[in-house]
Each structure stands twice: as C-alpha cells, then as structure tokens.
Ligand binder design. Structure first.
Ligand SMILES: [Fe+2]
Length: 464
C-alpha cells in the first residue's frame, strides 16, 4: 500500500508480516535479557556515575494471530514513563503477583501511561508485579484518561492519597503532560479531543484536532487545587511540557508563570506519525516541534471572570525538537538554562546500514526515521548545540542529563542516550559531556535495544 492509497481509516498500528522486512532492528522483537550482561566500555565514564538507567521499550512487536498468517505489530508499549516506585495501596487485580514493597522508592519501578493504569515492576528483575488504576488510591479517581507525565513533588505521601480534585471549565481532551511550579499546577488544555463514537477505530483516528480552539492554560493553586486563573494563547498542540516556574515580575510586582513546551502547529496531531505504518511508509515529512516559552502575567491577581492572554516570552529558533529533558535541580527553577532532547526526525543518517521503511530498501536511500541528533539548548543565549552520530550510528534515544554530585554549574554532568550501531547488530549506550556536548564514553550493549519513548536515571543502589 503506498501513501496515496492509504485511507484515513488505515490501521496505522499494525503492519503485515511482509512489511516487517522494512523495519529496523529496534522496531522488531528483541530477545528478553533477564540476567545481567556485561557491556564493552570505551572512553572515560565518570567515576561518580552510579545508578540505574531505566527505559521503557517494546520488546515484542509481533503477536501471532490465531486464524491467519498475518501478525499485527504495535509501535509503542502503552507504558511510557518509568520512575521510582511509591507507596500504592493493595490492588484487587487477580493477575497481580507479589505485594507492595516496604521500600518502593528503591525496590520498585512505577510505569505511567496515557491511560488510567499503572504498572509496578520489581526494580532488580524488572518482572511485572502489579497493575492498578488511580481509583485504587481513591474511588474519586475512576475514569479512562490520565497523563503519562504527572509532575511530582519531592515529598511523597505514604500511602499515596488524593490531596485535591478540581473541576475545570473546559471540554475533555487528550493530554500527555501537566506542568507545575512552586506554587501552582498548570493544566494546559491540548486542543485535541477523542471522538469515542466508534471505539473500534485506531486511537490516532479518534483524536480530533480543534484547529479553531485557543489553547487554554488553567492555573490551580497547588496547595488546595483552587482554580485561580484562566489564560489562553493562539492554537497549538503538544505532547511534552519541559519545565515551568513562577517568579515575581519586577515591573508589576505580580507573580508570573512561564511554561516551556515543545509546541506543534499543523493540520493533524503528530501522534499518528509515530505509528508503525507511518514510520515504515511516511505519508509526508514528519512534523517538527519547537521549544517555546509561554508566559502568563500576574496570576496572583487573576480575575476568574476574565480570560488572560498568554504571550510568547521566548523560543529556540531553528531547532526541530522533541523528548525534552532538564537536570533534576532545574525543575521549577526560574534561572534554569539548559534543555536536552532529540532533533531531526526523519533526517538522513550518513553511513548507516540500517534501513527504515520502503525508501530504505531497494532505492539505496537510507534514513533515520526516528530522530537523527541530540540537542542541548540554552535559554540565556537562545542558541543550541547538536550532536550527530559520527560512525554510521543512528536513532539516538531521549537523552537523560545526570548532574555531577556537588556540581555548581547546571550543565556539569553527563548526558546518556542509546543508539543503534552502523550494522544494526547491537545498541550503544553513549555518554556526552554535559558542558561540551561531545562524546566522552560509550558502552556496546550485547543486544539491540527496542525503541521506546522515555527513561529515567535513578541514582544510587536502586534495585540492587
Ligand atoms: Fe511522553
């Protein structure tokens, strides 16, 4: 099926077994590796670097069907964001195994998704233990949706509990991330809603962009959830918030908020571009997100009877970007400067022998469909650096910055990412110096790492 023949209702989540030959190794089944394996190291890994790098990957892309030879294939696991475990209640899921650890922050991994479901895995073996919903924390939290990136305070409740619940004066939407400052939670209403009239449709075809809707920002007091202000900007879409903070405006004396977002503006939501069918046979060039700083003025004096205006305080021009990360101490810090992420979706990967999609086979046009570069941007100067694989490697994953203990400079640390080697035979964990953004170390993994969107680095003896 070529792109002209793809009807809108084409199931972008599955491809036939015949089309699997167009998939790169990191979009195919990978062997389970339950035991620890050693990696071949090169370069100089920092001696202070000690911890666990958790990533969510797919593992199995093919699922045999019972009554024909075709095999469906999913592009992403529904579980998206891994982090340290927290104190969650017992669940009634009959398939759950094991019980809540007494020390979930060091012994369990909690994986969030876009839906009201959480998976708990053992931090050492990675074995899934439990599957529960937010309703098991509190029945008030029943429902379908959630967001894959809930912000979290450093002080976690034990046990987890509902602190507040706040109704918002807007239509339901699909949202992937919230934003939070010291004083406020900001719900940015992604102007995309789900058409649930036909639930047999693929998810991305249920997503309806509201091109004529402004993008609304609802400001909630973090202590009690009280809705204190509503602002809106011209229409844009997004997956990821990068950071947010509140600060006192020296000119007005009011409290302003900045929310930094990877912002999109096109005729469709980019979700569908990440489906397996489109990666192997792109309908058109991939959309590029832009790093934009949105500003709301005097939220402490906001009048709920009026809708305030969101202005654009800054943007990183000329940088296509996604999967943004910052240093942990930079979270909610008004003076933070640096954002790290992936750039160049669909750009060529010079020297790679890993083809992606039909253009990568037969025509000798090879390209890295899923991101080509890593970036580091600087809000203070408005500039950015790109890191490009040098030896035919491709598809670097979401970069994670780890700050050196005792660092005084925000970018004093190392950035880690996983890419595929030139031949596509194994993946490589790479380390870039946080300041220079140049490679300092690498580790050849014995196997291919299957692509997934997000990861976390947990310092210390996590899972040991
Ligand atoms: Fe995400």
């Amino acid at each position: 099926m070529n792109s002209e023949q793809k009807p809108r209702g084409y199931n972008w989540y599955t491809v036939t077994e015949d089309d699997l030959k167009y998939a790169p190794p990191y979009l195919r089944d990978v062997p389970e590796t339950p035991k620890e394996v050693e990696c071949k190291l090169a370069g100089t890994w920092p001696t202070w670097l000690h911890g666990s790098f958790l990533r969510v990957g797919v593992g199995r892309f093919t699922v045999p069907l019972s009554d024909d030879d075709s095999k469906p294939k999913a592009v992403f696991s529904i579980f998206l964001t891994p982090r340290r475990g927290m104190h969650l209640p017992q669940d009634k899921n009959p398939y759950s195994r094991g019980t809540q650890s007494a020390n979930p922050a060091t012994e369990e991994i909690l994986v969030h998704s876009d839906w009201n479901i959480m998976q708990i895995c053992d931090a050492r073996t990675l074995e899934p233990k439990r599957l529960l919903t937010y309703a098991q924390i509190d029945p008030e939290l029943a429902g379908y949706g959630s967001c894959a990136h809930p912000p979290h305070d450093h002080v976690a409740a034990n046990p987890a509990a509902l602190v507040w619940k706040s109704p918002l004066p807007c239509k339901p939407c699909y949202t992937h991330a919230l934003a939070m400052t010291d004083k406020y939670v900001v719900f940015v209403r992604n102007p995309v809603h789900m058409d649930t009239s036909d639930t047999t449709k693929p998810l991305c075809d249920m997503m309806i962009c509201e091109h004529d809707s402004p993008t609304q920002f609802f400001i909630l007091d973090k202590t009690d959830g009280k809705h204190v202000g509503t602002y809106q900007s011209k229409n844009f879409y997004f997956f990821h918030t990068v950071n947010a903070y509140d600060y006192v405006d020296p000119t007005t004396g009011g409290v302003n908020i900045h929310v930094d977002i990877i912002s999109y503006k096109d005729d469709h939501y980019p979700y569908s571009e990440y489906s397996i069918g489109n990666i192997l046979d792109p309908l058109k060039p991939f959309q590029n997100g832009t790093l934009v700083r949105y500003q709301m003025d005097s939220v402490d004096r906001a009048d709920l009877g009026k809708v305030g205006r969101v202005s654009i305080a800054s943007a990183i021009a000329g940088l296509p970007c996604e999967l943004p990360r910052i240093s942990k101490p930079a979270s909610m810090d008004s003076s933070y400067r640096y954002v790290y992420g992936v750039s160049g979706n669909g750009v060529p990967a010079p020297g790679t022998e890993v083809p992606i999609g039909r253009l990568g086979n037969g025509l000798k046009v090879v390209h890295s469909s899923f991101y080509g570069y890593l970036f580091k941007s600087d809000w203070q100067t408005g500039t950015f650096k790109l890191w490009k694989p040098q030896n035919g490697e491709s598809c670097p994953s979401e970069p994670i910055f780890i700050q050196r203990p005792g660092a005084t400079d925000e970018d004093d640390g190392i950035v880690i990412s996983i890419m595929i080697n030139r031949e596509g035979t194994h993946s490589i964990l790479i380390g870039l110096d946080g300041k220079t953004f140049e490679e300092v170390a690498r580790a050849d993994m014995p196997q291919v790492y299957a692509l997934g969107p997000h990861g976390s680095f947990v310092e210390g003896d996590f899972g040991l």
